[in-house]
Design a protein around this ligand. Structure first.
Ligand code: ARG
Ligand code: GLU
Length: 720
């Protein structure tokens, strides 16, 4: 009976009632679940135009860019658009004080000038299959009631490989298969992916455009950022994925998006496909409180401290600005998200919203004689309460030490060097020292400034020790009391002075006279090991809670799905391909105030502030503005569009997603959300939440008029 129920879940279209525009929909279920509503809202395409299991459809032009963004193909020659902030680390890696592409932008004026990016990949989703029955059958063979296989990527991907067979993977280079759990492990889908690893940078605007407004404007509407960059996917002569080679050729993709420069009006239909990373729609009320009081609060407090130091150093020294710009942006991004999330939790009383849903399930379960669901809720409540202290320690260690202090990541595998030194084998010593030197330079790379790290460490360590009692700190921290009478600053100075990784100088001295003792007693190595040990210990203690949580969470979600029955619903985001649709729309942030849906270059000029690095406007852009040289990209009233907002339901990972009109033509590139809307990861906020999208007309204008790279437009298909 039980089994039958689980199996039926996969096939049935379920569940919780959703508000219009809410939802990150799975493509294979789109037709049954949402298609009529999409058409009612204005969509002019057929379902198979968007997604077809057996032939090329629009979804084939949507890709995973790198490890956490979305991108879209816009030409038959593999040209790809994504965000500036998604290509940021690549742009930054190619930058130096001599070629400062971050500041000046970069444009390849021919294919030969495109820049390769080792390590960067672009992933196409060739096939999506419901494999719930298959996975459930396999899982039944596992008789351990506490088995966590139902969520284990290793186990699930093993099943995926078995299902397609080794030969299939051998015959299809660059192809990988993956099975992912949905609805907490009540449903499974398999994805067949093709991964290309020769991806070249074609162009990026200067940061003053691509990141205009920087951290002040991040997560904000009205927005004036030209957040895009351009890449190209290369393949071998047969169109297959291949490592970078001069002989590779531009990929001939199955599909690419046509581009519309007709522009958008308020209430126009808009939709997006992309890879939303993670949402928590199925949180219980206790998890909402935990997220607010532990996760978000620790993150906000620790990053606040770290960023203040970083910013001060960046403003003082242009080379530090280049070194730390990417780290700083990454840090403030999640920081501001946490602030917005806590705001929405309070403002919209998410705790109460989730509690009402739980109560509803409890009442329904009583009626249906289904005790398992209320039991799961009791278990969840207990677990969240029991893991409180450990979770706080884990977040503090992570935010203040592991993520906060860079030297907590110095190389620690030095045993082979020690062995070689002990054996006094010269050849081995040379070889091992060479490896250690490489590891050191990977840690202290061109973007590492020991002075900055030292300053940050002093601030964070002091705060960590203030909040975490000595017994609950990494063991090595006991030195702070023993040797330095509790003075964390002296401890940090000592680490930098005595460690072989404390400075280039220290390392060179060690290199000249390597010794076993120096390695065995190195304070940064001991610091890093001790932090790792503490991390492992906390993770091990948390594991029981996590497992219990996942098992109960699965049951809770199953209960909700059973209760709501046939009402269409979507699973939490898990970095799989989804579609969201809605309308181009502004919003009212407060009484008697309305933000329109479209921003323009006029707003860029209004925000211009040559004394504030975040709001500097490049001369060339001012010139184009002053001469109104907007070409065919202008709006009907003559202004130059920059960005627009829409009600689509998006989250982190949706950056770079193609935004399409009712005809499936590209009208913009998603890059952000308003901060009032980030709580939508827990509960969609129809009146507050907006995706922030760079208008494709601004993108084309910048490529063509600003950068003078109009030759790129020749390979695109423009629907005027
Ligand atoms: N908030 C956007 C996202 O979550 C953009 C981040 C990049 N921009 C920045 N100023 N940090 O990724
Ligand atoms: N900027 C986010 C990203 O990188 C998207 C914003 C959001 O969370 O909606 O994916």
């Amino acid at each position: 009976m039980k089994k039958k129920f689980i199996l039926s879940l996969a096939a049935v279209v379920f569940s919780l009632p959703v508000v219009a525009d809410e939802g990150m929909w799975l493509l294979p279920l789109l037709k049954q679940q949402k298609f009529p509503e999409m058409q009612a809202l204005g969509l002019k395409l057929q379902d198979y135009d968007i997604y077809s299991p057996d032939s090329a459809s629009l979804k084939d032009a949507v890709v995973i860019f790198g490890g956490g963004c979305t991108g879209e193909i816009v030409s038959p020659d593999g040209l790809l658009l994504t965000n500036h902030h998604c290509g940021y680390s690549q742009i930054q890696k190619h930058s130096s004080l001599e070629h400062d592409y971050l500041t000046d932008g970069f444009w390849a004026m021919s294919r030969e000038q495109e820049l390769p990016n080792p390590g960067l990949t672009v992933t196409f989703i060739d096939k999506i299959e419901d494999v719930t029955d298959y996975v459930m059958k396999e899982l039944e063979k596992d008789t351990d009631p506490n088995s966590m296989n139902f969520l284990s990527p290793k186990y699930l991907n093993g099943l995926a490989k078995e299902k397609v067979g080794e030969k299939f993977l051998q015959d299809n280079p660059g192809t990988e298969v993956e099975i992912k759990a949905f609805y907490g492990g009540n449903v499974y889908y398999m994805f067949t992916k093709k991964i290309y690893s020769d991806v070249r940078l074609v162009g990026a605007p200067p940061s003053a455009i691509g990141k205009f407004g920087a951290d002040t404007d991040n997560w904000m509407w009205p927005r004036h950022t030209g957040d895009f960059s351009v890449f190209r996917v290369y393949a071998d002569a047969n169109g297959n994925p291949a490592e970078y080679s001069e002989n590779n050729v531009p990929l001939r993709p199955k599909r690419w998006f046509k581009i519309s420069i007709k522009g958008v009006e308020e209430d126009d239909y808009a939709m997006m496909m992309g890879f939303p990373g993670r949402t928590n729609k199925y949180y219980t009320s206790w998890e909402v409180a935990e997220r607010r009081d532990i996760d978000n609060t620790v993150r906000i407090n620790m990053r606040d401290l770290r960023q203040k130091v970083m910013l001060e150093e960046m403003l003082k020294d242009p080379s530090v600005r280049i070194q730390y710009s990417s780290k700083y942006a990454g840090s403030t991004n999640a920081y501001k998200n946490a602030i917005g999330c806590n705001w929405a939790i309070g403002k919209r009383n998410f705790e109460q919203v989730k509690k009402e849903e739980q109560d509803k399930l409890i009442a329904w379960s009583k009626k249906m004689c289904e005790p398992a669901y209320p039991e799961a809720l009791l278990i969840l409540e207990q677990i969240i309460s029991d893991r409180k202290d450990l979770r706080f320690r884990s977040w503090m260690l992570d935010e203040a030490i592991s993520r906060g202090i860079e030297f907590s990541k110095v190389p620690t595998s030095v045993q082979s060097v020690i062995n070689a030194l002990k054996e006094k084998d010269r050849e081995k010593i040379r070889e091992q020292m060479h490896l250690l030197e490489l590891a050191y330079h990977r840690f202290a790379d061109k973007d590492y400034a020991p002075e900055v790290d030292k300053k940050i460490a002093k601030v964070l360590l002091k705060e960590y020790c203030r909040q975490i009692s000595p017994k609950k700190q990494p063991a090595y921290f006991s030195l702070i009391d023993k040797k330095f009478k509790g003075d964390t600053d002296c401890f940090v100075d000592y680490l930098f002075e005595k460690s072989i990784f404390g400075s280039e100088d220290n390392f060179n001295k060690f290199k000249a006279r390597p010794s076993v003792k120096a390695l065995e007693h190195d304070p940064m190595i001991q610091f890093a090991r001790s932090v790792q040990d503490e991390k492992n210990a906390i993770a091990a203690s948390l594991k029981d809670f996590e497992d219990g949580y996942s098992l109960a969470h699965r049951t809770y979600v199953k209960g909700l799905l059973a209760m709501y029955g046939n009402q269409a619903n979507f699973p939490d985001a898990n970095f799989t391909l989804r579609l969201t649709y809605g309308q181009v729309k502004g919003y009212s942030p407060r009484d008697c105030d309305y933000y329109g849906h479209q921003t323009t270059l006029d707003g860029v000029m209004e925000k211009e502030d040559s004394t504030n690095w975040e709001f500097v406007v490049p001369e060339r852009l001012k010139e184009l503005y002053n001469t109104r040289d907007f070409g065919r990209y202008r709006m009907s009233d003559g202004r130059m569009p920059v960005a627009f907002s829409a009600t689509t339901h998006t989250t982190g990972g949706n950056s770079g997603s193609p935004v399409l009109n009712a005809n499936g033509e590209l009208i913009g590139i998603n890059f952000d959300r308003n901060w009032e809307g980030v709580g939508g990861d827990i509960q969609y906020l129809p009146d507050y939440q907006r995706s922030i999208i760079v208008d494709i007309r601004y993108v084309l204008f910048l490529i063509d008029k600003y950068a003078g790279a109009g030759y790129l437009l020749e390979e695109m298909e423009l629907a005027e």
